[in-house]
Write a protein that binds this ligand. Structure first.
Ligand code: SF4
Length: 462
């Protein structure tokens, strides 16, 4: 019998995309086939996200569809991995469509769990019972081995890779489910991270993005020395073949920020890009969110960043419609957005997440239409800022790391060119669309910007 083929569907953030790449590699190494076509798969694995209700609803509707599909394909196996698996555990296990539930800490066991489920035709549930308990050493070791052994050949984008520097989160922002599904913060040893980046560079990777829920609080003590993110950036900058280093997501805090910004200023390889969510511009709402800074302190951090790295591009996140958010609070968010001059912002409407303090203690009292209106209003404010910033690029030459074919080809059709439209990103994370040969995917290229829009720059290959 040929080896079972697995289709993986990923919802959510870069952490999840990285987990899916690791799972893909592990399954391949264990003899499974991987397919991009869900219709021909023997196993459908859904890597899930719990951060917003909307993301969970999409997974549940996907499972509903799979339940019907299983009526015509009784042999089809369905697994749920990731944050929702940990959050809903037993409940998902009872779902008619589901054969396997595997939490984030159990993914090193994924090949074995799947093989057992297929062989014994029995459902499997593997999650962490007490997620906030310190993980046993052997569990950390298994995660570490899994992390560093796999993933090189399963990168999503040519020439790029993500490397996790830490698991979990200890911040407990009142609205966030991450500390309850990803567990306590555990930082990976610097030697293992650097070794992984070295291997990636040997395999042709040019850009590495270091990942952590609060990546700037990375801290690892070995003997006398405590390593921070700046140490990782400085050491990784010396690796031949690595051209660009990025890191996401930063929490607005003083700790280590000077060192990190200095590493950015000192090394031409550390990209001038900072993703640092403010979440709100109102001090009252920030307190209710258990974010430990004020709007003024947040803006001071940005001033500091711009003093050390003058051309730094900053991206932000906001939640609108948090419980108790008045028009005045929302206005404070608009003011902060204007002052922060973000390159771009990710804006979300608040949805209560079960188990979080905001869900237990605060009433979700902002009507849906108000959330929607604030979302649209804030997006419009940000669009004007992005538009203004993007115009600065007109006529300039930028270096981009080419990702592949553009999905926005219709936006700037160049009939005179016989070449396809490609998309890439600058070191400051601006999206650039231009015509060129697909062989450039994964390579650095120079592009002259001839047209701009709030989120995309258009240009010609130099
Ligand atoms: S810092 Fe806050 S928002 Fe970010 S993952 Fe941790 S708890 Fe969630």
């Amino acid at each position: 019998m040929s080896s079972p083929s697995v289709y993986i569907k990923t919802y959510g953030c870069q952490m999840n995309k990285l987990d899916s790449a690791l799972v893909t590699s592990a399954l391949r190494a264990a003899g499974f086939g991987l397919t991009d076509n869900a219709k021909e798969a023997d196993v459908v694995l859904i890597n899930t996200c719990s951060v917003r209700d909307h993301a969970e609803q999409r997974v549940l509707s996907h499972l509903g569809h799979l339940k019907h599909l299983k009526k015509t394909r009784p042999g089809l196996m369905v697994g749920v991995i990731g944050c929702m698996a940990q959050r809903l555990g037993e409940k998902l296990f009872q779902h008619e469509a589901v054969d396997l539930v595997c939490g984030p800490a159990q993914i090193p066991q994924i090949s074995q769990l799947l093989a057992d489920a297929l062989h014994e035709k029995q459902k499997r549930l593997a999650i962490t019972e007490k997620i906030r308990q310190k993980e046993p050493e052997n569990q950390n070791l298994a995660l570490e081995q899994f992390e560093s052994a796999y993933g090189i050949e399963d990168r999503q984008l040519p020439g790029q890779a993500y490397v996790r520097v830490m698991h979990g989160c200890n911040r407990f922002c009142s609205y966030c489910v991450v500390p309850y599904v990803r567990g306590p913060e555990v930082c990976r040893p610097p030697a293992a991270i650097i070794e992984q980046i070295r291997k990636l560079a040997d395999a042709g990777v040019k850009q590495v993005t270091l990942l952590g829920q609060t990546v700037n609080s990375y801290k690892y003590t070995a003997g006398e020395k405590t390593y921070c993110l700046a140490d990782l950036l400085a050491t990784a900058s010396n690796i031949a073949g690595i051209e660009w280093l990025k890191f996401v997501t930063s929490y607005p805090a003083e700790e280590f920020l000077d060192e990190i910004l200095q590493a950015m200023a000192d090394s031409p390889k550390v990209c001038h890009y900072l993703h640092m969510p403010a979440q709100s511009g109102s001090d009252k709402i920030l307190r209710a969110m258990s974010r430990h800074y004020t709007a003024a302190q947040y803006l001071e951090l940005l001033d500091k960043a711009r003093a050390i790295v003058p051309d730094i591009a900053v991206a932000g996140d906001f939640i609108v419609g948090f419980p108790g958010e008045t028009e005045e609070d929302f206005q404070a968010t608009i003011d902060l957005t204007r002052k922060a001059k973000y390159k771009n912002c990710f804006i979300f409407k608040y949805s209560p997440r079960p188990g979080t303090r905001a869900d237990k203690k605060l009433q979700d009292n902002i009507p849906a239409e108000v959330k929607k209106r604030r979302n649209i209003e804030l997006l419009a404010v940000q669009e004007r800022i992005s538009d203004e910033l993007s115009r600065d690029f007109l006529g300039r030459q930028v270096k981009v790391l080419v990702e592949g074919l553009s999905k926005k080809a219709h936006l700037n059709l160049d009939q005179s060119s016989s070449e396809r439209q490609l998309v890439g990103r600058t070191a400051e994370d601006w999206i650039v669309v231009f015509n060129g040969p697909i062989s450039l995917a994964g390579q650095l290229a120079k592009v002259k910007i001839t047209k701009t829009s709030p989120l995309t720059l258009f240009g010609q290959l130099c």
